[in-house]
Design a binder for this molecule. Structure first.
Ligand code: XIL
Length: 357
């Protein structure tokens, strides 16, 4: 009898860790894992985020939403979704003149069904330009650029909380604007133009500039600050700045510097958000790496919790089973849940920060 009860409790805890009744069709997983040996109950991050007045988000891929384990953990813990790539220009308009919104629509419907907000990502980014765009004349690029922003923002109008309108427009070394096809053919004002077109197409969405490497205080964050200050001064409709936060635990910016950077952006009348956080640990000693990762998540999320103008934190994925980091930087475990969806110390770091403890 005792054994039966214990088994029942174990099954109930598994369901809680993985999304409770939302995932009735999937295989229950154990809440215990190599990185969560205690099997403690894993409470929803989204409840903790709500108590802090913040959004807590994850980047997702539409094809994985049908996987009960993936969807169970996602819907239990997050209240904000971003398409990892399906709302970028290349996947939407790989063939000139034909827009494919299926991936984005699937993600938006899923978010609506699960009480989540959506951040559109990203209207203009040099990293996802369809190949046909590169050979256009300046005049044709201007038409394609305007059509793209208008068509996509109008398609999702009323269904997204915010858009990353321009992504990564500052050069890696912070020396000035990045040399992209947009800058070369449309001039520096392409950034202001993108925001104006996006505002017309979806007046209800918050419009963000998003970038990486400028989370703390450095040359790049100074350039980002100059850029958005200029946009504000010209009356360009920009509402906020996303700090990506793809960091290695060993070289993450200090919480003090991230807080100062957020504060100076907020003082321009902008909101801020952490938009793509993941924390690499592959170079750290095995014995302490998960603990170090927990501490980084906790300190950075705590900065957002303490900054009134910080809307929330989005992670670039949530399970180590699916992260862009492995292909980009080498095999790693940069997220909150392990390959088997067990909660890692990193999860507790985020939870503690959201609960201000
Ligand atoms: C990455 C995705 O994770 C990959 O799957 C995709 O192939 C390339 O883009 N900064 C960004 C994100 O703003 O859009 C990038 O996402 C990661 C870096």
């Amino acid at each position: 009898m005792l054994r039966v009860r214990l088994a029942l409790i174990t099954v109930m805890l598994s369901a809680l860790a993985c999304g409770g009744d939302k995932q009735s069709t999937s295989t229950p997983t154990s809440p215990t894992s190599p990185t969560n040996p205690s099997g403690m109950q894993v409470e929803p991050l989204r409840d903790a985020a709500r108590s802090a007045g913040k959004l807590v988000g994850a980047a997702v891929q539409s094809s994985l939403l049908a996987d009960g384990r993936y969807s169970g953990v996602l819907s239990r813990h997050f209240n904000y979704l971003t398409a990892e790539y399906e709302m970028k220009w290349d996947p939407i308009e790989r063939t000139r003149g034909t827009n494919d919104f299926r991936g984005g629509d699937t993600i938006v419907s899923y978010a609506q069904a699960n009480g989540m907000q959506v951040k559109g990502h990203a209207l203009i980014w040099h990293g996802s330009v369809p190949s046909w765009v590169n050979s256009l004349s300046a005049a044709d690029l201007r038409v394609a650029f305007e059509n793209h922003i208008r068509a996509v923002a109008e398609h999702f109008r009323g269904r997204v909380y915010a858009w990353d309108v321009v992504n990564e427009a500052i050069a890696d070394d912070g020396s000035g604007l990045r040399d992209t096809v947009f800058r070369q053919k449309l001039g520096d004002q392409y950034i202001a133009d993108a925001f104006r077109i996006a505002r017309q197409a979806d007046p209800g969405a918050l419009l963000f500039y998003n970038d990486y490497g400028g989370e703390g205080l450095n040359q790049k964050s100074n350039r980002i600050y100059d850029l958005v200050q200029n946009l504000r001064a010209q009356g360009v409709p920009i509402d906020g700045v996303g700090l990506q936060m793809h960091v290695a635990a060993s070289s993450a910016p200090s919480d003090m510097n991230v807080a100062s950077n957020m504060r100076r952006l907020a003082a321009l009348g902008l909101s801020v958000n952490i938009s793509e956080m993941d924390v690499r640990i592959r170079d750290l000693p095995a014995a302490s790496k998960f603990e170090t990762q927990r501490a980084v998540y906790r300190s950075i999320v705590a900065v957002c919790v303490a900054e009134q103008r910080c809307d929330g934190i989005t992670l670039w994925g949530f399970t180590d089973a699916y992260s862009w980091i492995d292909a980009q930087f080498g095999a790693d475990d940069p997220l909150l849940f392990d390959d088997q969806y067990g909660a890692k110390p990193a999860y507790y770091g985020v939870l503690d920060a959201l609960l201000r403890r």
